[in-house]
Write a protein that binds this ligand. Structure first.
Ligand code: XLS
Ligand code: NI
Ligand code: NI
Length: 432
């Protein structure tokens, strides 16, 4: 046991607990719509925000002082010990990491790779000893200054090469650990100014890069899903993976829409001017809903603040889309969320996650109840019932002239009907 969480007990489902250290709604074994709650939600803790982020903001530096902060392999192992201790206390089934979160950068690419391989084996032993599984691995292609002008989209082919080699090592690590997915978030794949940017080249480079990732997945027999994470801006002024619709167009352009799905983040959806449920519903309708990053932004701040989720009605509408799509397959709920920089204590880290897990559990239960009740889906089907008639379907294979002749022949004078929006909103309000 590490000292950091020494006094904190393992959390359990205790709906009437008076103590803070309990789940009031997250009950892993409760069966909802035929599936255990744990298997619906598939929670993952992210390594970067909880264990690698020092607490800085644009106006101030480190606020957290953690015994595992440092650049040696000993620090990396202490970090891993502490992280797995937290996974155990929370009882989460998954975790996620970038290479840079878990190993120190070496003096050369070879040494950096060896460090990652060593930590990968360290993780493997802990996972075999009953630790959580890996929801996804990923490469940090944005923090190091070499990536300041992007990774795949970099004007310098040597940086493209370095990024490609780095992704290979991260896919190897993810494969070794039996990861359920591999994520690519295009950290700096965008531009700061059009004045120095060749859009055509950059997007073609990015398409080739992603195709190579897919080829390598098949070559090594990785069975997980490749996921791209949309985000409209930050850190660059404009990111190429702007939102779900943009990503889908990009995947189609490179023939990858059957190979790659999306990891959709609540905060990124808001930054793109959408709601989270919009992005989820659109991805589901296009067949590319993969996984979610369940962290919200502060609505008054115009950036990706990565708060833990705390709004049950919002979360319920998100899980409603996930459930309508049939639930997660390889995906899950990753808390890509960080403490506020004044939340210094070990207890803060545990209770932030515990609270978020309870919010998601409440949201899931509400979403399942809405689906079981069936009135929303019945209203949706009724709205389109006209299209179930064979003549209506036949019209889609017809042409303008024939349709015009038919309108005349039938003396058609269609009457609008109510879409009943407020009544549907009232219905949702009964469940959340
Ligand atoms: C940043 C992203 C990042 C990805 C993983 O905004 O959300 O954390 O999830 O690289
Ligand atoms: Ni994310
Ligand atoms: Ni983000």
């Amino acid at each position: 046991m590490t000292e950091f969480f020494a006094d904190i007990p393992k959390l359990a489902f205790q709906p009437d607990a008076t103590d803070e250290f309990a789940f009031r709604h997250y009950n892993p074994d409760e069966v909802i719509l035929g599936r255990r709650m744990e298997d619906h939600l598939r929670f993952a803790v992210c390594y970067w925000h909880s264990f690698a982020w020092p607490g800085g903001d644009p106006f101030g530096g480190q606020t957290f002082q953690r015994p595992w902060f440092g650049d040696t392999m000993d620090h990396a192992r202490l970090k891993a010990d502490t992280a797995f201790e937290m996974f155990r206390i929370l009882g989460v089934p998954f975790f996620c990491f970038h290479d840079a979160d878990v190993r120190p950068e070496g003096a050369s690419f070879a040494e950096t790779t060896r460090n990652l391989e060593e930590i990968t084996e360290y993780f493997a032993a802990k996972m075999e000893a009953g630790g959580p599984k890996l929801l996804w691995g990923t490469a940090n292609l944005f923090s190091n200054r070499r990536f300041m002008a992007g990774a795949a989209t970099n004007p310098d082919p040597d940086i493209f090469a370095y990024a490609a080699a780095t992704v290979k090592t991260c896919m190897d690590a993810t494969h070794r650990l039996g990861g359920a997915n591999y994520v690519l978030w295009g950290g700096r794949e965008g531009y700061e100014t059009l004045l120095n940017t060749d859009l055509r080249r950059e997007m073609e480079q990015m398409g080739r890069f992603l195709s190579m990732v897919v080829d390598y997945k098949h070559k090594i027999g990785f069975k997980g899903t490749i996921l791209v994470e949309p985000k409209p801006q930050e850190p660059t002024k404009h990111q190429y993976d702007y939102d779900v619709a943009t990503c889908y167009g990009f995947l189609q352009r490179f023939g990858l829409e059957k190979e790659v799905k999306l990891n959709i983040e609540q905060g990124h959806a808001i930054l793109a001017g959408h709601s989270f449920e919009h992005e989820l519903a659109l991805a589901a309708s296009l067949g590319v809903l993969g996984s979610i990053d369940m962290n919200r932004n502060d609505y008054q701040c115009g950036w990706d603040t990565d708060h833990f989720p705390n709004n049950v009605p919002e979360v319920a509408l998100a899980y409603y889309e996930v459930l309508r799509a049939g639930g997660f397959t390889t995906g899950g709920t990753n808390f890509d969320a960080k403490l506020r920089r004044q939340s210094l204590d070990a207890e803060d880290l545990i209770l932030a996650h515990a609270g978020a897990m309870d919010v998601c559990a409440r949201g899931l239960k509400a979403a399942a109840a809405m689906l079981e009740d069936g009135k929303l889906e019945a209203a949706r089907s009724a709205r389109y019932a006209g299209w179930d008639r064979p003549e209506a379907q036949a019209m889609l294979g017809s042409d303008l002239e024939s349709i015009a002749a038919d309108v005349l022949a039938r003396g058609l004078a269609p009457q609008p009907v109510s879409a009943r929006q407020e009544r549907l909103e009232n219905l949702v309000n009964r469940f959340v």
